[in-house]
Design a protein around this ligand. Sequence first.
Ligand code: SF4
Length: 157
Amino acid sequence: MSYSLPQIEWFAKPDPDSGEAGLRFECTMCGNCCSGPEGYVLVDDAEVHALAKRIGITPAAFLATHTRHTIAGRSLTEKITPHGNDCIFLDREKFPGRAVCGVYEDRPKQCRTWPFWKSLLVSRKRWELASRMCPGINKGPRFDPEEIARRRAVVDI
Ligand code: SF4
């Protein structure tokens, strides 16, 4: 009987250029990940309650006015802007030239864990592809492989 050793995650191996394991990320507040083509930001019951409380309405009202059904599940709504389909909470006014989350402290898990999603971490190629859209990828502080894996496990996207 033969056994195969567990695969080492690609992001746990030393980078060919830097020699470092792990990945770098630092948000530049460009807003790209909160806009673009139609998408979804999934919200669970606890997140609905927190967001509703934050903006001062009931969870039922929040569900009716700020969420919609998508093929992936219940999502925040979007607003059409010259930049694309912005998340309903994306604020492009507060800091000129920047796009910031208007509910940052209560943002959903999907947003908290970007860009360490399963779908982006399948390979270095996919990660580098995402860096074309997100200028914060491969910049800033390095996240160690354990922390990346912890964040990746939070949401199934
Ligand atoms: S795309 Fe990247 S840099 Fe831009 S707002 Fe999103 S996380 Fe920040």
